[in-house]
Design a protein around this ligand. Structure first.
Ligand code: GSH
Length: 348
């Protein structure tokens, strides 16, 4: 009898459980960072200090713009409905760990490489990679240097607090080239020292090299060697104290990628609102579909992100694409359907 009763109780609990999943529109408890951002009405985003052309710079109107900046704007659009509700905290490379740990920022979007030790020691949660990169090496075009071995006995400028500094040692030892590192805490000082001839080479992520070269007075003076010294998966990171917030950032990034895969852009998103394709209805949070509400944000958060910031391809092209000084191709930063690495899990 008692056994039968407990079976009934378990069955009842299962039925309630099933219903509570089916009615997931219920208000969800907010995590501490999500709550803080909603209360403040603004997302605080860690960004580059010296600025990195194409990724994070302040324009003549005093507004932040760039590829990394746009992912902070996308999160503000998703959560607050307004991509302009972001304040930026400029950070040197070596200031990133403290900024995450102290939670003075809600999100960091600052050409930051996802690594195991950062994941563990910084107390960070990394979002999906937004830019697959690798470390490169730049020399003066008139130097005649063509590979890492050619840097033997020479001096290389590098910024501290970066994966760059660590990879440099590994790769030069593999190339069998002894060198003198000239290490700076500040990005601007690192670049200036190279330009002024205090170093024979300058190393950072290839995206960084392209940014520095493309925004220099005479780009022809600088040559990026045809070497890739590491994997640098760059993307946003958040403090790991709020898994819900980490998920919101993660699905915001995925929304930009998924939108591109569906061919949904800032210009045509309204036409898709009445699509009769169920998965597009779900992705855009139309009808009864509970998507954002599972995280305490609007169901149609992807619509707002796409309208205000654009899909991944629009973000890439606007900041780095053919009509910019960088004219970057998509390469591996293309959709998986086009041979790249960008792949969003299902929005269901
Ligand atoms: N992806 C690497 C390097 C990131 C990095 O900070 N690179 C420097 C290159 S000089 C930079 O972008 N500095 C620009 C700035 O601090 O504003 C990392 O996460 O450690």
């Amino acid at each position: 009898m008692l056994k039968r009763l407990s079976v009934l109780v378990v069955l009842a609990a299962m039925v309630v459980g099933v219903f509570s999943v089916a009615t997931a529109q219920d208000a969800v408890a907010l995590g501490p960072i999500t709550q803080r951002v909603l209360d403040r009405g603004e997302v605080i985003c860690g960004a580059n200090k010296a600025g990195l052309a194409g990724f994070a710079t302040v324009n003549d109107a005093g507004e932040w713009e760039g590829f990394d900046v746009d992912f902070c704007r996308a999160v503000a659009a998703a959560v607050l409905g307004d991509a302009s509700k972001v304040s930026f905290r400029p950070l040197e490379a070596g200031e990133r760990q403290a900024a995450i740990q102290s939670e003075e920022i809600d999100i960091m979007s600052r050409n930051t490489t996802y690594t195991l030790s950062r994941d563990a020691v910084w107390g960070a949660d990394f979002s999906p990679t937004t830019f697959y990169d690798g470390q490169g090496m730049m020399v003066k075009s008139d130097s005649g240097i063509t590979d890492l071995a050619g840097l033997a006995g020479l001096t290389i400028c590098v910024q501290s607090g970066t994966t760059t500094e660590l990879n440099l040692a590994d790769q030069m030892s593999i190339a069998g080239a002894e060198y003198t590192p000239k290490v700076f805490a500040e990005a601007a000082a690192t670049w200036d020292a190279f330009v002024q001839g205090q170093c024979d080479a300058f190393t950072t992520d290839k995206s960084g090299l392209i940014a520095y070269k493309g925004s220099s007075a005479d780009p022809s003076l600088f040559t990026i060697l045809d070497v890739t010294m590491s994997k640098e998966p760059l993307g946003p990171a958040v403090p790991q104290s709020d898994p819900q917030w980490a998920d919101i950032v993660r699905w915001t990034v995925y929304a930009t990628i998924q939108a591109e895969e569906y061919g949904i852009t800032s210009a045509n998103v309204d036409e898709f609102l009445t699509s009769d394709v169920p998965e597009i209805q779900r992705f855009l949070g139309q009808g009864e579909n509970a998507i954002g509400s599972l995280y305490g944000i609007p169901n149609d958060f992807a619509v707002t992100v796409i309208k205000q910031v654009g899909n991944y391809g629009e973000i890439f092209d606007r900041n780095l694409g053919p009509d910019t000084p960088f004219a970057l191709g998509r390469g591996i930063n293309d959709l998986w359907t086009k041979g790249g690495l960008l792949y969003s899990p299902p929005f269901r």
